[in-house]
Design a protein around this ligand. Structure first.
Ligand SMILES: Nc1ncnc2c1ncn2[C@@H]1O[C@H](COP(=O)(O)OP(=O)(O)OP(=O)(O)O)[C@@H](O)[C@H]1O
Ligand SMILES: [Mg+2]
Length: 277
């Protein structure tokens, strides 16, 4: 089971003088349970690609299938939860409850079970249940993003597809969102995240895909990405490189603080053993 993108091209304003080729013959797969990080410069086609995963946009040539279902079939909508880049575009309800309950109620949930799904989703993103009676448009930008996220989580999708989920959040909400994503991923959900902050998500990712002008510029593991992009290294990787060139026996393909801690600890132990031995 996977999302399979095969030779996908997509044009905005097709057949008009404003025609713009946003995706240019893209092919790749997202395996079930995989954590995929998508990056690339402004206007490279990231959001356009994401909107193909749940059929919001249909390719002009090529195909996208989710667990074997073509995205031209509306059944894919229950499998893929999409958080759009701008939460204002996603929210529509008179109340937060109406918004967060929309997905599950469309798929048949009602009554107490529905209320529980809404509350669980709000709690998951760190929002109080009291907020459910408010208009989503009376909230701050960060709170709106969290409500939109709760709406996506409440559908309990097989694939979570998130466009810049941490943008506009304070450091506390950012790190709690990252830990939620880590937990959901460990529970077997596939996660696809678009971010301009590749470094903060690299420790979670299994696959990195970088778009450039509507084409795939890079696809590979985080380690391969670090080797291919030496100019945009995470701070922790740069630190390991500096320690290595200062003579410490540490690896330089590390991008998470936990791994760096272990690596430095081992190097210090080795030095201690040599001094005592
Ligand atoms: N609704 C639209 N109508 C016409 N052109 C569009 C539309 N949306 C996007 N485009 C164009 O398609 C290209 C890809 O846009 P897209 O929004 O997918 O980029 P992105 O990588 O998500 O950028 P960003 O990092 O700014 O979010 C851009 O050149 C953009 O101008
Ligand atoms: Mg975008």
């Amino acid at each position: 089971m996977s999302i399979d993108v095969k030779n996908v091209s997509f044009c905005y304003n097709r057949g008009t003088p404003l025609q713009k080729l946003a995706l240019d013959n893209i092919s790749f797969s997202i395996n079930k349970g995989e954590f995929v990080l998508i990056g690339g410069e402004v206007g490279s086609g990231k959001s356009t690609l994401l909107r193909h995963f749940n059929g919001l946009l249909k390719p002009h040539s090529g195909s996208v299938t989710v667990s074997g279902i073509n995205t031209r079939d509306s059944k894919v909508r229950s499998k893929v939860g999409l958080l759009m880049q701008y939460p204002q575009k996603q929210l529509f309800g008179k109340t937060v409850y109406e918004d967060v309950s929309f997905g599950p109620s469309n798929f048949g949930s009602k009554g107490e079970a529905l209320g529980k799904q809404v509350n669980d989703a709000l709690n998951l993103v760190g929002l109080s249940e009291d907020i459910s009676v408010l208009s989503p448009f009376s909230l701050s930008g960060g709170q709106m993003r969290l409500v939109a996220l709760a709406g996506v989580f409440s559908m309990e999708p097989e694939y979570l597809v998130l466009d810049e989920p941490t943008s506009g959040l304070d450091p506390e909400n950012r790190s709690s969102l990252l830990s939620i994503l880590g937990k959901l991923h460990s529970s077997g959900i596939s996660i696809v995240v678009v971010s301009h902050q590749i470094c903060e998500l690299l420790p979670f990712a299994e696959k990195v895909l970088i778009l450039k002008k509507g084409r795939i510029d890079f696809i590979g593991t985080p380690k391969e990405y670090l080797r291919s992009a030496p100019s945009s290294l995470p701070e922790i990787t740069s630190l390991m490189k500096e320690l290595q060139s200062a003579g410490f026996n540490v690896r330089d393909d590390i991008y998470s603080v936990d791994h760096a801690f272990l690596e430095i600890n081992n190097a210090l132990k080795e030095i201690g053993d040599k001094q005592h031995g």
